[in-house]
Design a protein around this ligand. Structure first.
Ligand SMILES: Nc1nc2c(c(=O)[nH]1)N[C@H]1C(S)=C(S)[C@@H](COP(=O)(O)O)O[C@H]1N2
Ligand SMILES: [Mo]
Length: 262
């Protein structure tokens, strides 16, 4: 660190550190990690982890973003592809199940199921676009799991559809690729790691609680992953692509942790 930085830190260090801890808590969401980071992170540690000189607000921001990407890698290593998220009896389903999106419920996208085609692209052998009938013709399964939103609520719901691993195999996806990306009809987008895409409980869902997925919960298709936080579960999926180039996401690009799960 140069002398300017050192004197700037001497003056502002405590405030920056406090802000940084609060910001990391806000951005990294998961309580276990929040605790770990709040107990162990010092400004020097943040500088070391990120390789950034913490000279102003922008560089602190930048450093935090790098720590978050570092966390993605660690979480990727820690992810156990064989561990299942808890499932629940149907009697525990939350009614009514909450709605959430980056807009209000009065602005929910209405997708026309008749003309709908699911686009498939990137590192896959078969790029044909799917009708809903074709998706319904694949073997289906369902699950009752807990959805956890970082805004501070969780709810139990029942989703049914095509196991995503079967879908990826069916389209001849390169299963050694790093990412699966999603583009949605409401311009939302997100992406996930391949091990989670192949996880036994990751479902390309067509139904909610035994009925056709209603518009508010993402008609015609929502990817449901009980191993990931709410914002990683895209609704109204329009296109799916397999890639080795980091695709980011709507909230992820604004600082939410990319791995976003366990
Ligand atoms: N297309 C799309 N998918 C989305 C979102 C969104 O705004 N648009 N919001 C995410 C967030 S933050 C949450 S908590 C869940 C909410 O899903 P629900 O409305 O079925 O409860 O959808 C996720 N998927
Ligand atoms: Mo969410």
């Amino acid at each position: 660190m140069n002398r300017d930085t050192t004197s700037w830190l001497a003056k502002n260090g405590e405030t920056v550190l406090k802000d940084a801890r609060r910001e990391i808590g806000r951005r990294l969401e998961l309580p276990a990690r929040r605790l770990f980071l709040q107990r162990s992170l010092s400004l020097g540690g943040l500088a070391l982890l990120s390789g950034c000189a913490l000279v102003d607000e922008d560089s602190v921001d930048n450093a935090l973003m790098k720590v978050s990407r570092f966390n993605d890698r660690v979480q990727g290593w820690l992810f156990d592809p064989n561990r299942l998220a808890p499932t629940y009896p149907e009697s525990m389903i939350t009614r009514p199940f909450p709605f959430n999106a980056y807009y209000g419920e009065d602005e929910v996208r209405e997708v026309d199921g008749e003309s709908y085609r699911l686009e498939v692209g990137g590192l896959v052998a078969d790029k044909h676009a799917w009708t809903l009938a074709e998706l319904h013709a694949m073997p289906q399964s369902d699950q009752v799991t807990r959805h956890i939103c970082v805004e501070g609520w969780s709810a139990i719901g029942k989703w049914g559809g095509v196991p995503f691993a079967s879908f990826l195999r069916r389209v001849g996806a390169d299963l050694s690729a790093k990412y699966v990306g999603f583009k949605c009809a409401d311009d939302y987008y997100t992406s996930i790691d391949m091990p989670t895409a192949l996880h036994a409980q990751t479902l390309l869902t067509l139904t909610y609680d035994g009925e056709t997925l209603p518009p508010r919960y993402g008609f015609p298709i929502k990817l449901r992953m009980p191993t990931k936080l709410g914002y990683k579960n895209p609704k109204h999926i329009q296109a799916i692509f397999v890639t080795n180039n980091y695709p980011g996401g709507y909230w992820e690009d604004q600082g939410y942790n990319w791995f976003g799960g366990s």
